[in-house]
Design a protein around this ligand. Structure first.
Ligand code: SAM
Length: 242
């Protein structure tokens, strides 16, 4: 770890997907089933790009918190002439808010075809591709900068590892990876919100650091909050094999 922020965080609840008693109704059974049904209906709605886009605009407050947090470690406004890849780009809002498409060559990848089609209409200057994170359709060392924003907690660890291997092949040797993932913390509201998240693989800060340790060197790590949720931000470089 590169600084003291992470020590302020407590680990995850006993089991990441076990209902946290502080967040669920006191009586299980029917209510729990109801909340499961509600979650399923919510996820179905979110699969529609318009609903997802509106939700992202409302909850992220235009990614100001994320821009500030990463901006403290990296001059985002100086990103020019770069080839940037965003994996799990959703409807492109985060990419658009973080980077200037006129000054860079930007590609967004997402599993949800409807999201990428929607994003393509919203941001015609950015290239959007529908593909899975572990099967990136790129050959050659194309990218200088990679954004992984809130996508890894949707992926199992083996799929994340495949993604990291893919990224290593698709990037220059000195490429930078910006990673932002939600974390279990001592913030009850944040934990409750995360239990409703579509991603089933939220980790503690230490869990994320362990996941990336084989492929990456951690240049910066920091905990920050946006959308009322606690996040770990990482600035990473690829480990070079001997
Ligand atoms: C929480 S959203 C994050 C969107 C955007 N990066 C942001 O920060 O606002 C997670 C995104 O990851 C995408 N996703 C989930 N699994 C994926 C996979 N295997 N490959 C590519 N994208 C995936 C989802 O479709 C969704 O758009």
């Amino acid at each position: 770890m590169t600084d003291g922020y992470i020590h302020a965080c407590v680990g995850p609840p006993e089991s990441a997907r076990e209902p946290d008693p502080r967040c669920t109704p006191s009586s299980a059974g029917e209510k729990t089933n109801n909340s499961r049904l509600a979650a399923r209906a919510f996820y179905k709605l979110l699969a529609h790009p318009l609903i997802f886009d509106i939700k992202q605009r409302m909850v992220t407050a235009d990614y100001r918190g994320m821009r500030q947090a990463f901006g403290a470690h990296l001059a985002l406004e100086d990103c020019r002439g770069l080839r940037i890849l965003d994996v799990g780009c959703g409807t492109g809002l985060c990419l658009d808010r973080l980077f200037c498409a006129e000054d860079n060559f930007i590609v967004g990848v997402d599993l949800n075809v409807a999201y990428t089609q929607w994003a393509g209409k919203l941001y015609p200057e950015i290239h959007f591709v529908a593909a899975s994170a572990d099967q990136l359709p790129f050959t050659g060392q194309l990218f200088d900068l990679v954004l992984l924003s809130s996508v890894l907690h949707h992926l199992s660890d083996p799929v994340s590892m495949d993604l990291f291997d893919n990224l290593k092949r698709a990037t220059t040797s000195d490429a930078t990876v910006l990673l932002s993932e939600p974390v279990w913390s001592d913030n009850r509201l944040s934990n409750c919100l995360l239990r409703w998240d579509r991603g089933a693989h939220v980790k503690s800060p230490e869990g994320w650091l362990e996941l990336v340790s084989e492929h990456f060197l951690v240049k910066k790590d920091f905990i920050y909050r946006y959308a009322r949720t606690e996040f770990l931000g990482l600035v990473l470089g690829f480990r070079q094999s001997d």
